[in-house]
Design a protein around this ligand. Structure first.
Ligand SMILES: *[C@@H]1O[C@H](CO)[C@@H](O)[C@H](O)[C@H]1NC(C)=O
Ligand SMILES: *[C@@H]1O[C@H](CO)[C@@H](O)[C@H](O)[C@H]1NC(C)=O
Ligand SMILES: *[C@@H]1O[C@H](CO)[C@@H](O)[C@H](O)[C@H]1NC(C)=O
Ligand SMILES: *[C@@H]1O[C@H](CO)[C@@H](O)[C@H](O)[C@H]1NC(C)=O
Ligand SMILES: *[C@@H]1O[C@H](CO)[C@@H](O)[C@H](O)[C@H]1NC(C)=O
Ligand SMILES: *[C@@H]1O[C@H](CO)[C@@H](O)[C@H](O)[C@H]1NC(C)=O
Ligand SMILES: *[C@@H]1O[C@H](CO)[C@@H](O)[C@H](O)[C@H]1NC(C)=O
Ligand SMILES: *[C@@H]1O[C@H](CO)[C@@H](O)[C@H](O)[C@H]1NC(C)=O
Length: 395
């Protein structure tokens, strides 16, 4: 009798011990819902939770905190995942190659060390009603997500959202991005809106339908706009791009619909200002306060007007090549003194090129209407039709 009681209590003690060791294990690999249920008395998992390949409908019950990672990779059968109580994943939340996952409901989740989601071709929406407001790094790539509702961070080191073909909106209240911000190759309509962003290290916007940066004041690295569909871009508060030690460029390349760029407060660029292949840009006049450029001013295209009325120091070169007829006389005045590197200014260029290329003109490179003196202002009087006619005649 006594022996039996002793045995039973030993068994209970053993089970509790086993439970405690599960909760404190470095890694728990779960192959079934039963394995998950065995963890449900652990309010905190000290280590990582790793999903095996066979789960179909999974529910993470009981656990409030995962100190390690939550890794769900190549669970090709997993259709739905719920976690009613889980509030914090301190490590990485890695979901990779979950081909049929179509339902994700984490009702209490607010904080994640790192979100890394890759190849989730069946997941079109998130159910994160508590809203994830803390994450150090976010990478979301190759999903069919239509929105990121439920992820709304204030600060982040890295925020990289790419190749989500159906993503129509990215709107987060980020105030700072200490490392890199990149929105690339999502739906061409994607509206990227950062209403609270005041500074970012690097920022890259590629194939976006709209970009809103109303409060952005400083970019510590580079900011670039590539192949976007938007017609205008404003950064009304931006004052400086880059640092003296690392440089930092402002680039507009291959934005085929872009007509208007306005950075009215931008005074200093520690790298290069480049415009290339933005065929609808007629005027590069949105930089009224730009005074110091540590790299080059490198603008090429079909624009008819360009002005930098506040410029006083360009430490690199100056390259202006446009297919339009263009009066370079105002820029010629600052060739020595302001521009320390190589100076090129040429209108009626057959194939306008970036810095380092030699312009080939059709012989109508200079001339045109003079502007008011004393400003670093140049314009031409020709309209695009005439230029086109001229080029056609030349060809
Ligand atoms: C995600 O987890 C899988 C499986 O462990 C691993 O191969 C992959 O490298 C992880 N991805 C990241 C970014 O950690
Ligand atoms: C963003 O960075 C600025 C400057 O470092 C800092 O003053 C501010 O508190 C930061 N904002 C947040 C929300 O962390
Ligand atoms: C972001 O800005 C909006 C107004 O545009 C404001 O309502 C919200 O509180 C701000 N968020 C943070 C975290 O400052
Ligand atoms: C910033 O962008 C530049 C140019 O694209 C790149 O060389 C650099 O590594 C980036 N820095 C960070 C911190 O992402
Ligand atoms: C970027 O610039 C802002 C504003 O000057 C500054 O507060 C922040 O510390 C800088 N961040 C980095 C990573 O250098
Ligand atoms: C460009 O945008 C600025 C600021 O929104 C506006 O004042 C200006 O009229 C626009 N210019 C053109 C040519 O659309
Ligand atoms: C500009 O467009 C031309 C022709 O499409 C292309 O060869 C070149 O690489 C583009 N330049 C840049 C900087 O993207
Ligand atoms: C220069 O332009 C004028 C008209 O503006 C035209 O008559 C002349 O043929 C052009 N020259 C060349 C070499 O294209």
């Amino acid at each position: 009798m006594l022996g039996k009681i002793l045995l039973t209590s030993l068994a209970v003690f053993g089970a509790a011990n086993a439970q405690r060791s599960l909760c404190s294990a470095t890694t728990n690999v779960v192959q079934s819902q039963a394995d998950l249920d065995a963890l449900s008395t652990c309010t905190t998992l000290s280590g990582s939770l790793v999903f095996g390949p066979d789960l179909v409908q999974a529910q993470i019950d009981g656990i409030r905190t995962i100190r390690g990672d939550l890794i769900i990779a190549n669970a090709l059968l997993l259709q739905s995942l719920t976690a009613p109580q889980l509030a914090s994943i301190e490590g990485k939340w890695n979901m990779t190659s979950l081909t049929v996952l179509n339902s994700l409901t984490f009702s209490s989740l607010r904080s994640v060390g790192e979100i890394y989601w890759q190849t989730l071709p069946a997941l079109s929406s998130l159910n994160l009603p508590a809203v994830v407001t803390q994450a150090d790094r976010v990478t979301i790539t190759d999903t069919i997500l239509e929105s990121l509702e439920g992820i709304n961070l204030v600060t982040v080191q890295r925020f990289n959202i790419n190749n989500n073909r159906y993503l129509k909106e990215v709107r987060v209240q980020l105030a700072n991005v200490t490392d890199g911000l990149a929105i690339e190759f999502n739906s061409p309509k994607v509206a990227a809106s950062f209403p609270n962003l005041t500074w970012a290290n690097n920022a890259t916007f590629r194939s976006c339908g709209d970009v809103q940066l109303p409060l952005l004041a400083t970019v510590n690295g580079s900011i670039g706009f590539f192949e976007n569909a938007f017609t205008s871009l404003q950064a009304p508060r931006l004052t400086a791009v880059g640092t003296g030690t690392e440089g930092g460029d402002v680039t507009f390349a291959n934005n085929n619909n872009l007509g208007n760029v306005s950075m009215p407060q931008l005074a200093t660029i520690f790298g290069t200002l480049q415009f290339v292949n933005n065929s609808k840009v007629d005027d590069i006049t949105g930089f009224p306060k730009l005074s110091v450029v540590h790299g080059s001013i490198d603008i090429s295209g079909e624009f008819e007007q360009a002005e930098f009325p506040a410029i006083r120091d360009v430490r690199g070169g100056f390259n202006l090549q446009t297919a339009a007829k263009f009066d370079c006389s105002e820029f010629d005045k600052i060739e020595s003194g302001v521009v320390k590197g190589k100076y090129v200014c040429s209108g009626a260029v057959v194939n306008p090129g970036t810095e380092g290329t030699n312009p080939t003109t059709n012989g109508n490179g200079s001339g045109g209407k003079k502007n008011s003196a004393g400003r670093f202002t140049v314009s031409t009087s020709l309209v695009a039709m005439t230029v086109l006619a001229m080029l056609t005649a030349f060809l």
